[in-house]
Design a protein. Structure first.
Length: 267
């Protein structure tokens, strides 16, 4: 499991997935080697690092002193793919897992206890991998929701079918207080949490495509000031550039994990 939520113990303003649910609440990278991961993302995104309670293979990435992502150097040991994974806030991990399975998705790991909460790793019915988190969120979570990462995007076979799947799992657009709002912009489904853009879902993926960029997957976007500079630095540190525009670059890190850097407010 590649999830490690920073603890909010001792804080006076604690957020919980019991009151804030259905939205992406964290992103985590499974890597092979923590040191090389730190060096790459430190250079490309300017992140700093702090240890966590799970041990030496785990780190929390900080941007301007605020938590931005989790890193777990366990890909080889646990025979897991090197990849970024978004985690969604749920009121009950057990209930969310049951809903995923009922709707044709699959469970890979969990739910397991990772104090201060519980997590599971799953895939939707088109094969896109995602995680769920039940429990406390870090105190700066509203800032993270607005800006870090910019958002997550699902490229899938059929955006509207995927919205029905995830909406049923996460109570999107329900009558429950605090649920996420769903909007339709052309062929895309747009997810907002208390007005903040947190996810987009787009059609066009092909399940059987040999290129993993075309198969259904969740893509993590990080907001940066200079997209071109990040792309150059990624190449200089062993990564690669898959696509590049003025506002956005799709990159692979030095171990092969794909992620996107997006210009501030170009969402």
């Amino acid at each position: 499991m590649n999830h490690d939520m920073p603890s909010s113990a001792g804080a006076t303003d604690v957020f919980s997935t019991h009151s804030v649910f259905g939205a992406p609440c964290w992103v985590s990278l499974t890597s092979r080697d923590v040191q090389t991961t730190e060096e790459f993302y430190g250079a490309v995104l300017g992140w700093q690092w702090r240890p966590v309670r799970l041990g030496d293979r785990f780190r929390i990435a900080l941007a301007d002193g605020s938590p931005v992502a989790g890193i777990a150097g366990v890909a080889a040991m646990w025979q897991m793919a090197v990849a970024w994974t978004p985690y969604f806030a749920v009121r009950s991990a057990d209930e969310a897992v049951a809903r995923v399975v009922e709707r044709g998705g699959t469970l890979a790991v969990g739910p397991i206890s990772l104090p201060p909460g519980r997590a599971a790793l799953l895939a939707d019915r088109d094969g896109a991998t995602f995680g769920i988190w039940e429990g406390e969120l870090f105190t700066d979570w509203p800032t993270w929701r607005r800006t870090r990462p910019a958002f997550v995007r699902l490229r899938t076979r059929d955006a509207f079918d995927a919205a029905i799947f995830y909406g049923g799992v996460f109570d999107w657009a329900s009558d429950k207080p605090g649920c996420c709002e769903v909007e339709y912009e052309g062929d895309e489904v747009v997810l907002r949490s208390e007005g903040d853009l947190v996810a987009r879902i787009e059609s066009g993926a092909v399940e059987s495509a040999p290129d993993p960029r075309i198969r259904p997957h969740w893509q993590v976007h990080f907001s940066v000031k200079d997209v071109a500079s990040c792309a150059r630095t990624a190449e200089q540190h062993g990564g690669s550039v898959l696509s590049l525009t003025d506002d956005e670059a799709v990159l692979r890190d030095n171990e092969g994990a794909q992620f996107t850097v997006t210009a501030h407010r170009a969402r």
